[in-house]
Design a protein around this ligand. Structure first.
Ligand SMILES: Cc1cc2nc3c(=O)[nH]c(=O)nc-3n(C[C@H](O)[C@H](O)[C@H](O)COP(=O)(O)OP(=O)(O)OC[C@H]3O[C@@H](n4cnc5c(N)ncnc54)[C@H](O)[C@@H]3O)c2cc1C
Length: 821
C-alpha cells in the first residue's frame, strides 16, 4: 500500500507485524488464494527482531514436525534465491560438533531419525569436520554430524522478498500503522483499532514477535512469551578469500555457534545466566512504544563465558578484533517451542515466540499457519507448537519467566527423554501429594502437576538386572518393574488426579458430542465410551472417554497435558454448531485414583456397600457409590488391561480416600504405583497415547482404532467423509507392535524401522513390558509389511536391533482379565 493510500475499513484477515513471521504468513495466505488480507506494521518492515538476526538456518530440531517445517523453509529460500528475489541464501552446509560422548550419542540418535524423512544428515569424522571448518581446534571433539543443506540468509532481504511476493499475490501492506486495540465480541474477533482508524475483520494473526504478548492482551488473550536479550558478535575480517564459504558450526557442549560473515565470523551462544528484558516476576513485558530498528546496549560481562568458550573451539577468536556486538531482544517461550495456532478467541491466531530460530522456521511457520487459517487445520502434527498446550498457569508472569529462563539456560543441553524441568515446582498437587512424598515418590511434572513416576521405596522389590541400556536406563528404577508386576498379580493404586476433566452440559450437549466424536457417546446414563474426536481430514484431534452423567451432562476425561487443547477443540466445534452448551474445565475439582489388578474388587468391596459384581457393575459403566466415608463416582475402566475402577471424588475428600484405599489393600499385597508402570502395562495392552501413537495426522483406521468408528450413526460426525474416502482408497499404513530381540535395547521414540534395506517407518512410542518380558516399540508400517512375524530392525543410536512384528495386543488378547468375575 502506498504511503498516501487510505487504510481500508475492512479486511477478512489482518496480520499484525511486518517481521519475517508476518511476511511469511501473508505470502502463504496469498499462495492459498486469500485475497482480502491486510498486513499492518507499526514501524517499517523488518524493524523488530528480524533485522538484527544472525541469519543461521539449521534444520534439525528435536521435533520431527519442526524439522520438516525447516526443511520446507530451505526449499523455499533456495527457490527465492534462484528466482527474482535474491535473499543472499548461502547453502554452505552445517556442522554440529560433539565435545562429549553423550553428545555423540545424541548426534547418532538424530542422524538415525533424520533418515526417516530424508534429511541428509550424516556422521563425519573429527578430521573431516576440521577439513570443512579449518579454524577449529579438535581438542576434546569426539565426533560430528554434517548437514549439506543448512545455510544462512539475509533476514531483512528474506522478509522483504516474502512481503513483495505477498503484495504480488494481492496482500495490502500498511507500514507505520500501529494496532492499539482489538475487539472480541461473543468470543470472536470483530475488529482492530489502529492509530489510523478501525478495520473490521474476521481473522487476526498476531505476528508481533516479542510484542505478541502485548498484542494478545489487547484481545484478553495470554501469549506466554518473554523478550530475552540474545547476543552475538561479528569479528573483523581475517579470513583469506576462499571459493566456498565455511559451513555453519555449532558446538552445543560449549554453548556456541558460528557462521562466516564476509571475511570474518559471526559468533553467538546461549549463556547460562540469561537475561529477560522488560518482563519481571511481578509484571508482564513492557517493550517501549518506540523500540523499532533498535538494539540493546551490549552486555560484555554476560557474554564473557561464551567468548571464552568460542576461543576453545576456534583459537583465532582470542586474537581477532571484534567489529561489533549485537544485543537484540527476541521472543522466547517457556518450553523453547513456537506459539502457533488459534487462541481461545475465535479468529485470533498467533505465530510468534520463535526462540531465536524464526529465520530458520519462517517458511514452514508461514505455510502451517496459513493452512490452519484457510483449511481449518495444519497439514502436520504441530501439537508441540500449538498455543493451546499452555494452560492457565502461564497467565502468571512469574511462572512464564522462570520457565523461560530455565529453557534458555538449557537451550543446548541434551534433551534426554524423561528429563525434568525444575523451575516453578511444585505448583499443582493432588491431596495425596504429602503421602506420595513421604513414601519415596519420584515425581515427574506435566502441565504443572506433580505426578508420581514411581516410588523409590518399591525399588528393592524389583529386578535391577532389567535396567535398559543407554539413555533408556537413565531415568529408570527397578521400582517400575515391581509396581507393574504387583499390579498384574495383586493390585496397584495410582494417583491420576492430574487427568484433565471437562464437563459438557446443556440442552445441546448430546448433539454436540455426537457430532464431535467418532464413537456413539450418547448412550444410557452411566455408560462410559472410549472415543476419538477427529478433524476434517479424519485425523485424531483428541482421544478421551465420555461418561454420560445425566441426560444433559457428560464428563470427559483426557490426558493431563491435553486439557487446554481438548477444551479449545470442543469450544471451537460448539461455536461452529451454535450449540447451547457449557464446557467447563473441572480438573482441579475432583481427585482420580485408579485401583487395578486381580485383587482390586476384593479391596474395594471392603470399603463400599455397592455390588461390584460383573452383573451389577459392568465394564465401561459408571456408578455413584460410597468408598469408606467418601461419595465417589466409580468408573469401571482400565488403562492397564486389568480389572479395576477409577474413583473420582471431590478434592476435599482426596487425602482420606487415598489413606483408606491404601489401608484396605496392604494385607492383600496392594502396591502404590506410578505412571511409568502404567505406561509399561498399557504398551502390553496396545492402548494408544495421543501425541505419540495417534495424532492429527493419523486416522483411527490406521491406528487400529476402527472399532470406535461408527460410520453409520445418525447425523454423521466431524471427519466422517474423509474417513469414508480414506476407506475407499484403502489404508496405506497401520500401527504395529514390534518386539525387539534384545531385551536391554529399549526405544525412546522416533527411531527408524527398517525392513531389508528399506526404511519403512518411525517409532511412535515404546518401552519394556515386564509381564510379556519384551522390549516393545510401536510404529506405523506399510500395510504390506504390517503382518505379524515380519522381521524388522530398529535403529538405536546407530545400531540396528532385530525385532519382529507381533500380534496385538501382546497381553491378554481375549480381555478376560478386565472382565474377570
Ligand atoms: C540477536 C539475535 C540473533 C538471532 N539469530 C537467529 C539465527 O541465526 N537464526 C534464526 O533462525 N533466528 C535467529 N534469531 C531469531 C529471529 O530473528 C526471530 O525469531 C525472527 O526475526 C522473529 O520474527 P517475527 O516476525 O516473529 O518478529 P519481529 O521481527 O520482531 O516482527 C514483529 C513486528 O511486529 C510489529 N508490531 C509489534 N506491535 C505492533 C502493533 N501494535 N501494531 C503493528 N505492528 C506491531 C513490530 O514492529 C515488528 O516489526 C535471532 C534473534 C536475535 C535477537
Amino acid at each position: 500500500m502506498a504511503a498516501d493510500q487510505q487504510l481500508p475499513d475492512a479486511a477478512r484477515i489482518v496480520i499484525i507485524g511486518g517481521g519475517v513471521g508476518g511476511a511469511s504468513v501473508a505470502y502463504h495466505l496469498s499462495a492459498l488464494g486469500e485475497r482480502d488480507v491486510l498486513l499492518v506494521e507499526r514501524d517499517e518492515l523488518t524493524s523488530g527482531s528480524t533485522f538484527h538476526s544472525a541469519g543461521l538456518v539449521g534444520q534439525l530440531r528435536a521435533d520431527p514436525a519442526l524439522t520438516r517445517m525447516n526443511m520446507y523453509s530451505v526449499e523455499l529460500y533456495r527457490k527465492l534465491q534462484a528466482g527474482e528475489h535474491a535473499v543472499a541464501w548461502t547453502e554452505c552446509g552445517g556442522i554440529k560438533l560433539a565435545s562429549s560422548s553423550e553428545r555423540l550419542q545424541e548426534i547418532r540418535r538424530q542422524i538415525s531419525w533424520a533418515r526417516t524423512y530424508g534429511l541428509p544428515l550424516g556422521e563425519i569424522s573429527v578430521r573431516e569436520a576440521a577439513e570443512l571448518f579449518p579454524l577449529i581446534s579438535t581438542d576434546g571433539v569426539v565426533g560430528a554430524a554434517y548437514l549439506p543443506s543448512d545455510g544462512y540468509i539475509d533476514p531483512s532481504q528474506l522478509c522483504n522478498a516474502l512481503a513483495n511476493l505477498a503484495r504480488a499475490g494481492g496482500v495490502r501492506i500498511a507500514p507505520r500503522t500501529r494496532v492499539v486495540g482489538i475487539d472480541v465480541e461473543d468470543g470472536r474477533i470483530r475488529r482492530v483499532h489502529t492509530d489510523k482508524g478501525e478495520i473490521a475483520c474476521e481473522i487476526v494473526v498476531n505476528c508481533g514477535g516479542m510484542f505478541a504478548a502485548e498484542i494478545g492482551r489487547m484481545a484478553g488473550v495470554r501469549i506466554p512469551l518473554i523478550p530475552m536479550s540474545h547476543q552475538y558478535l561479528v569479528t573483523e575480517a581475517f579470513l583469506p578469500e576462499r571459493g566456498d564459504p565455511l559451513p555453519t558450526l555449532r558446538d552445543p557442549d560449549l554453548l556456541v555457534y558460528f557462521r562466516q560473515e564476509v571475511n570474518g565470523l559471526v559468533m553467538g551462544g546461549y549463556e547460562r545466566d540469561p537475561e529477560a528484558w522488560t518482563a519481571t516476576v511481578g509484571s508482564y513485558d513492557a517493550v517501549p512504544a518506540d523500540f523499532n530498528g533498535r538494539l540493546l546496549p551490549e552486555n560484555w560481562p554476560r557474554f564473557e563465558q561464551i567468548a571464552q568458550n568460542s576461543q576453545i573451539r576456534v583459537p583465532d577468536m582470542a586474537d581477532i578484533g571484534v567489529r561489533m556486538i549485537v544485543n537484540g531482544p527476541e521472543a522466547f517461550t517457556p518450553d523453547n517451542e513456537f506459539c502457533l495456532g488459534e487462541t481461545e478467541a475465535e479468529g485470533f491466531f498467533v505465530a510468534a515466540g520463535f526462540c531465536a530460530h524464526g529465520i530458520a522456521g519462517a517458511g514452514g511457520i508461514g505455510k502451517i499457519v496459513a493452512e490452519w487459517i484457510v483449511e481449518g487445520q495444519p497439514s502436520l502434527d504441530v501439537w508441540h507448537m500449538d498455543i493451546s498446550r499452555f494452560g492457565r498457569d502461564y497467565r502468571s508472569p512469574r511462572r512464564t519467566l522462570v520457565r523461560t529462563l530455565e529453557s534458555y539456560q538449557t537451550y543446548y543441553d541434551i534433551a534426554y527423554p524423561g528429563r525434568q524441568r525444575i523451575a516453578g515446582r511444585p505448583l499443582r498437587t493432588s491431596p495425596a501429594y504429602p503421602w506420595h512424598a513421604a513414601n519415596g515418590a519420584f515425581f515427574g511434572e506435566k502441565a504443572g502437576w506433580e505426578r508420581v513416576d514411581y516410588y523409590e521405596t518399591n525399588a528393592s522389590r524389583g529386578d535391577g538386572a532389567r535396567r535398559p541400556n543407554g539413555w533408556a536406563g537413565r531415568y529408570w528404577s527397578p521400582a517400575i518393574a515391581a509396581e507393574h508386576v504387583a499390579t498384574r498379580t495383586m493390585a496397584g493404586l495410582f494417583d491420576e488426579t492430574s487427568f484433565a476433566k471437562i464437563d459438557v452440559s446443556g440442552p445441546d450437549a448430546a448433539t454436540l458430542l455426537e457430532w464431535v466424536c467418532d464413537n456413539r457417546v450418547v448412550r444410557g446414563v452411566g455408560d462410559v465410551t472410549y472415543t476419538q474426536a477427529l478433524n476434517r481430514r479424519g485425523g485424531i484431534e483428541a482421544d478421551f472417554t465420555v461418561t454420560r452423567v445425566a441426560a444433559e451432562v457428560f464428563s470427559i476425561v483426557t490426558g493431563t497435558a491435553f486439557g487446554s487443547h481438548d477444551m479449545a477443540w470442543l469450544r471451537k466445534q460448539a461455536r461452529r454448531c451454535g450449540a447451547r452448551v457449557r464446557i467447563e474445565d473441572v480438573t482441579g475439582r475432583d481427585v482420580c485414583y485408579a485401583l487395578w489388578g486381580p485383587r482390586s474388587r476384593k479391596i474395594l468391596a471392603r470399603l463400599t456397600p455397592a455390588d461390584l459384581s460383573n452383573q451389577a457393575f459392568r465394564f465401561m459403566t459408571a456408578q455413584q457409590i460410597t468408598v469408606a466415608d467418601v461419595p465417589v463416582r466409580a468408573l469401571r475402566v482400565t488403562f492397564v488391561g486389568e480389572l479395576g475402577w477409577e474413583l473420582y471424588a471431590s478434592s476435599e475428600f482426596g487425602a482420606a480416600l487415598w489413606r483408606d484405599l491404601w489401608s484396605a489393600g496392604v494385607d492383600l499385597g496392594l502396591v502404590a504405583g506410578g505412571y511409568r508402570a502404567i505406561d509399561s502395562m498399557r504398551l502390553e495392552k496396545g492402548y494408544r497415547v495421543w501425541g505419540a501413537d495417534i495424532t492429527p495426522e493419523t486416522t483411527p483406521y490406521e491406528a487400529g482404532l476402527g472399532f470406535c468408528v461408527k460410520l453409520g450413526k445418525p447425523g454423521g460426525f466431524e471427519g466422517r467423509d474423509a474417513l469414508v474416502a480414506s476407506q475407499e482408497r484403502g489404508a496405506e499404513r497401520r500401527l504395529c507392535a514390534i518386539t525387539l530381540h534384545d531385551p536391554h535395547s529399549v526405544v525412546l521414540g522416533n527411531e527408524p524401522v527398517r525392513i531389508g534395506d528399506r526404511i519403512v517407518g518411525r517409532v511412535t512410542s515404546g518401552g519394556y513390558g515386564y509381564t510379556v518380558d519384551a522390549s516393545i516399540a510401536y510404529a506405523y508400517l506399510p500395510v504390506a509389511d504390517a503382518e505379524p512375524d515380519t522381521t524388522v530392525c530398529v535403529d538405536l543410536f546407530g545400531d540396528w536391533i532385530d525385532g519382529v512384528v507381533a500380534a496385538e495386543p501382546l497381553f491378554d488378547p481375549a480381555g478376560s482379565r478386565i472382565r474377570a468375575s
